[in-house]
Design a protein around this ligand. Structure first.
Ligand code: B3K
Ligand code: ZN
Length: 861
């Protein structure tokens, strides 16, 4: 059944303290839990109903006295004790089986170590508990285990002692003094090494930071440790948030369903977001590590200190924390490039989600399976909402609102209303219409038309907003959003404008379905620019001519919009939307050529401009998705650009060689990025691919080695098989690098990739219990290889679908993610839509998990 936001009731029982003891063993772990239970006098009395799944109950006591079997009811989903008499201590002892836990929720085994993952509802697979985020005990944790096998025993909070036990076992005690819900509980046991440092927090507290991994991987933890230090300092500086424990531990796990987890004081990470060195990590990997380390660290305040009342509020911590990690990266690196990349993701993936069968509001009104709501909408659109608030209120007022939110809700389980109330109070503004962003799904469309009256010198902008219908929401209301704009004259000078509106001179606030802005005293029709920095997450419709876009790409002050002007131009060319098609294409080519020639431009920015809108983004710009024509248009344009600019590309490629040889600074990374893009275009022209071959052989970084290899594979160059073999041999035994190699195979833009994916599925590389490997093989294929996945005969869909029931039985969350690759199927043109429908119909009744059942029902619904 569904769970509804409107049904929320506070728990009838409070649990202020938990003592939990583990006798750890991979095959059979025993967990003894003592819950201090108190009826909440503010709530109507109710029987105690504890969550618990896959737990073998060994003993149950109330205040030390064994509870007779007739006093409780043990079910599939938990334990019910009808007649508890007021406050007491309930002790349960259960047995669980980590090595049989392939779902990777609860306590599980991975490469000889033990890890937990409790968000959202994994704690109930460890012990009987009120497993909900508004239950926030203080915790005492005791871990006992074999010392040889599990020399390192970590848990939440601060270490408070330990010692030896008989039979080669030892014990460690941890105390977590902060009120912490069970979803943030964590335990790690294994044979790890670490890199560590000491840091003095802003309040004078000494904090020991440590990043743990299997011994062989410890040298690859240095960068992550540095990222923790940067994150801690940045949150002090930018948000005034200080760390609150004596230790902060990060542990790398090779088997992990998501990217990472913000457990209090003990973040557990997918190894791919921890381990890095020159030999194995690309620049993108380094930046990804820093941003995920930051994200999880920032949760310590936005998520842990202030947690969630219920799972409907998920974006309260995720959207806010994504906003915070985006700002972290923007402050430390290039703000413009960061914004461009975030918007690229938003447009390609979140807009698709918002327009597809799985669309849902940032705060959904109901769910059947909460695991299916860790989505781009909750995370990325949620971050965009926070960013709009930041834009509407301005830096200082927003910071005051954040301070108030943290102060008022510290140690509490909060709601979106609490967040908005703090900002409303700090700013004195009415945010009630703004709150609709959390309730209404779909990407708003802003349609703007202009008119210039030469006789009076009056320029008028007519602005209309509309949000398309989404599943369950046929009618939409207007949203409150900032609209930034600028007007430029013929010479590219910014005009001083003063329209009537709520915002400043260059920003108005949209609240109604229609607005009109009037500007007087203009001697000629100006060139308008809108939505600088993509301050509002909308689709903007303005009838720019190719020439206007070319001008905008040169004169707009906002770098994001300069990039966006070229993306618009490219999109119009690819979709043949301009009447003067040839002129538009020439304009695009000339603009890109000029950027390539301009030594004053940041190479990282030029690189962003050279990356044309991808398949997913184009698919979001059309009503019906004609796969073949979108793919063909892209190929043709890329070939043409390569041909026209071959000389420039070659010159730039060579000129950047020195800069690209540098380390991990922004300049070197930008140079490598542009250089590898030049190489990709050049390789289109040359089947021998001598340049790519040479780069592959001489590469000194993974960025350059993998970049060259990708060129060879995508161009189907002569040397590609030999290069792939050499790469595989060089990195054999390194799972993370092998994942990169596998992804190249699965993403090769050729129908033949299907056969290679099938071969992988039959090889020793296929380990369906490892989420990273499943994503490398099938995620890359279904999400990043439109050519092969969307094969017209439906064979790509069938390939994915065949695997899903088996994967669902192993790890439902991983399977459900993959099933989501069909989210846009209703808009597919031609026979493909029918092929997907047959595929999805064929999956009916074949899933055991609520995750895949829920998703399939919504896809077909
Ligand atoms: N909060 C975790 C996500 C947990 C997902 C559980 N299905 C990671 C993060 O967003 O920081
Ligand atoms: Zn998060």
């Amino acid at each position: 059944g569904s769970i509804h936001l409107s049904d929320y009731r506070p728990p009838a029982w409070r649990i202020p303290r938990v003592e939990i003891e583990f006798d750890l063993d991979a095959d059979a772990t025993e967990v003894t839990t003592r819950l201090r239970l108190e009826p909440d006098p503010a709530q109507p009395p109710a029987p105690l109903e504890l969550d618990g799944e896959d737990l073998e109950l060994l003993a149950i006591r109330v205040d030390g006295v064994e509870l007779p079997p007739e006093s409780y009811v043990l079910g599939e989903r938990g334990l019910r004790i009808p007649d508890l008499d007021g406050a007491c201590t309930l002790e349960t002892r259960v047995r669980i089986r980590p090595s049989a836990n392939t779902r990777l929720e609860g306590l599980y085994a991975s490469r000889g170590a033990l890890f937990t993952q409790c968000e959202a509802e994994g704690f109930r697979r460890i012990a009987f508990m009120l497993d909900r985020p508004d239950v926030m005990p203080v915790w005492d944790i005791v871990l006992r285990a074999d010392r040889a096998r599990y020399p390192v025993l970590l848990a939440n909070g601060n270490p408070v002692g330990g010692g030896e036990l008989p039979d080669g076992r030892h014990l460690a005690r941890w105390h977590n003094p902060h009120a912490t819900p069970p979803y943030l509980f964590a335990v790690v046991a294994g044979d790890f090494g670490c890199v560590q440092s000491e840091i003095v927090a802003a309040d004078g507290r000494n904090v020991r930071l440590a990043v743990w991994a299997a011994h062989a991987d410890v040298p690859r933890c240095r960068y992550a440790l540095g990222a923790v230090e940067r994150a801690l300092r940045w949150d002090e500086r930018r948000f005034g948030r200080v760390y609150d424990l004596d230790v902060f531990n990060v542990v790398a796990a090779q088997d992990f369903t998501m990217g990472a987890m913000e457990n209090k004081g003990l973040n557990i990470f997918n190894a791919r977001y921890v381990l890095a060195d020159e030999e194995t990590a690309t620049d993108a990997d380094y930046l990804g590590i820093e941003s995920v380390i930051g994200h999880e660290y920032f949760h310590n305040w936005s998520g842990n200190r202030v947690t969630l009342r219920d799972w409907f509020q998920l974006s309260l911590k995720e959207g806010l924390t994504v906003f915070r990690d985006q700002e972290f990266t923007a402050d430390l690196h290039s703000r413009a490039v960061k914004r461009i990349e975030d918007v690229r993701l938003l447009r390609a993936r979140q807009f698709a989600e918002d327009a597809g069968s799985l669309a849902h509001p940032v705060r959904p009104p109901s769910y059947r399976e909460i695991n299916n709501f860790y989505t781009l909408t909750i995370y990325e659109k949620g971050a965009e909402i926070v960013r709009m608030l930041y834009t509407l209120l301005g830096e200082a007022t927003f910071r005051a609102g954040m301070d108030l939110y943290f102060a008022r809700n510290d140690g509490r389980a909060a709601t979106v209303e609490d967040f908005l109330a703090a900002h409303a109070e700090a700013s004195g503004r009415d945010l009630s219409q703004f709150a609709r962003w959390y309730a209404q799904a779909g990407t708003p469309e802003i349609r703007i038309r202009d008119d210039y009256d030469a006789a009076t010198g009056t320029y008028t902008l007519e602005i209309a907003q509309r949000t398309p219908p989404t599943p369950g929401q046929p009618d939409k209301h207007p949203l409150h959003m900032p609209l930034r704009f600028a007007l430029y004259d013929e010479a590219g000078r910014r005009l001083r404008t003063a329209p009537r509106g709520a915002g400043g001179a260059d920003q108005v606030e949209l609240v109604a379905t229609r607005h009109r802005l009037r500007f007087h005293g203009l001697s000629a029709r100006p060139l308008p620019a809108f939505n600088q920095g993509f301050a509002a997450p909308v689709k903007l419709d303005f009838p720019y001519s190719p020439a206007q876009l070319g001008r905008l790409a040169r004169c707009e002050r906002d770098p994001f919009n300069r990039w966006d002007a070229l993306q618009r131009l490219a999109t119009g060319v690819l979709l043949e939307r301009f009447e003067a098609h040839v002129e538009a294409q020439d304009g695009l080519s000339a603009a890109l050529g000029a950027l390539l020639d301009d030594p004053a431009q940041d190479p990282a920015f030029v690189a962003e401009c050279l990356v044309l809108p991808d398949f997913d983004t184009l698919a979001e710009s059309v009503q019906a998705i004609d796969v073949d024509s979108l793919l063909a248009a892209r190929e043709t344009l890329l070939d043409q650009l390569a041909f026209e600019h071959a000389e420039r590309l070659r010159a730039r490629y060579h000129a950047l060689a020195d800069a690209a040889a540098g380390g991990l600074d922004g300049a070197a990374m930008g140079a490598r990025r542009l250089r590898n893009l030049c190489l990709a275009l050049l390789t289109r022209l040359d089947r021998e691919a001598a340049l790519a071959q040479a780069q592959f052989e001489g590469a000194r970084s993974m960025t350059d080695r993998l970049g060259a290899l990708r060129c060879l594979v995508e161009a189907d160059a002569q040397g590609r098989h030999a290069a792939m073999e050499a790469f595989a041999a060089r990195h054999a035994g390194d799972d993370l690098v092998t994942d990169k190699w596998i992804a190249l195979v699965a993403m090769r833009p050729d129908a033949g990739a299907q056969a290679e994916v099938r071969a992988l599925l039959g090889s020793s590389h296929w380990t369906p219990t490892n989420p990273n490997r499943v994503r490398a093989v099938l995620g890359s294929f279904a999400r990043a290889n439109p050519t092969a996945f969307h094969a017209a005969d439906g064979s790509g869909y069938a390939l994915l679908a065949e695997q899903l029931p088996g994967l669902d039985a192993i790890n439902p969350q991983v399977a459900a993610r993959l099933l989501g690759a069909f989210e846009s199927w209703r808009r597919l043109a031609g026979p493909r839509r029918e092929r997907v429908r047959e595929t999805l119909d064929g999956l009916q009744g074949r899933f055991a998990s609520s995750d895949c059942r829920d998703l399939l029902a919504r896809l077909l619904g």
